[in-house]
Design a protein. Structure first.
Length: 325
């Protein structure tokens, strides 16, 4: 479809979303031209420094390098208060598998820890194209296994654990769970997931046709680029750990909070995932945040809905926790 026929998203988003876009455009204008993946990653890190200012104050923050057969994975654990034991939320950051880190998502994780009371553990998986699927999933598994094995040392429970992520990180969160389940690894401790505007595998959809522009960088060619960087070959796109809709979603999926953005090309991915899960299990929840675009969670400095969405996810975790007790 020609761009002229797309929905005029920028005229329909909220005033706060417009303000966030304008500020982000100014930050991006100060970045060097990205001629390669490394420069693009550096630009993203620098631009996110402004958005990560402030945020909830933690009782303690610790980093841990986790060894796995392919090297080491940096992780960071946020403790919101002083306590003997915390329930844990493992968080996988977004960025199309190509950019992002536990630094770019620092404020999101701080706020999730503060709102939920959970210890939030960010996993700094290796980025593409240097690292290819399924390395990122294997690194997430290794980090989770390390923390669960040493739960007492990290002051976390090994009985109630949640996974979460945004965008490509939401894909990694559910893919990691499914990979653990289907490969007969331990996964019963995973009791809930919070998944924000994820990419789950639709090849085409109404939202992908109508939305996507040079503000969100989620045009069809952009999405193709992210997949090309992430995957080893074309066949990987059909893997049940990339295209989540090719996985068995009929059972053994913990309650999921699935959040979407109204003017996001990936909106229908979230809608489809929720409808599939909900037909088998009513414990799942879905919410669309109106007049927002993809990645709005980063913009809590100027967007009240960003905090609302994080609070909704935190409440969902505690509601599931209370039902398990």
């Amino acid at each position: 479809m020609i761009d002229k026929n797309k929905i005029d998203v920028l005229s329909q988003i909220s005033k706060q979303m417009r303000k966030a876009n304008a500020l982000q455009a100014k930050l991006a204008a100060k970045s060097p031209i990205a001629n390669d993946d490394l420069q693009m990653q550096k630009n993203y890190e620098n631009e996110r420094k402004f958005w990560n200012e402030g945020g909830a104050v933690m009782s303690d923050i610790c980093e841990e390098l986790v060894s796995w057969k392919g090297g080491k994975v940096r992780t960071r654990i946020y403790y919101p208060t002083n306590a003997d034991t915390f329930n844990a939320l493992f968080f996988m950051h977004g960025g199309g598998w190509v950019v992002g880190s536990i630094d770019t998502h620092d404020k999101i994780m701080r706020n999730l820890a503060a709102f939920s009371g959970f210890a939030v553990i960010g996993i700094d998986y290796s980025l593409s194209p240097k690292a290819k699927f399924p390395q990122q999933i294997l690194e997430c598994e290794a980090a989770i296994e390390h923390y669960i094995k040493n739960a007492k040392r990290f002051k976390i429970s090994d009985k109630f654990v949640a996974y979460g992520g945004d965008s490509a990180g939401a894909n990694l969160a559910i893919a990691t769970f499914l990979h653990q389940r289907d490969n007969k690894k331990a996964y019963k401790f995973v009791k809930a997931m919070i998944l924000y505007y994820g990419i789950y595998g639709l090849k085409d959809s109404v939202s992908r046709t109508l939305y996507g522009n040079d503000v969100d960088y989620l045009r069809q060619q952009d999405i193709k680029y992210y997949y090309d960087m992430y995957l080893q070959n074309k066949d990987d796109e059909n893997s049940p750990f990339v295209n989540i809709f090719n996985s068995d979603l009929s059972g053994e999926i913990p309650p999921c909070f699935i959040a979407s953005s109204e003017f996001d090309p990936l909106l229908d991915d979230s809608v489809a995932l929720y409808k599939i899960l909900a037909q088998n299990d009513k414990s799942h929840s879905y919410k669309m945040y109106k007049k927002t675009m993809h990645a709005f969670l980063h913009y809590s400095k100027v967007m009240s809905v960003a905090k609302t969405a994080l609070k909704d996810g935190a409440k969902f975790l505690n509601d599931v926790l209370n039902k398990n007790n």
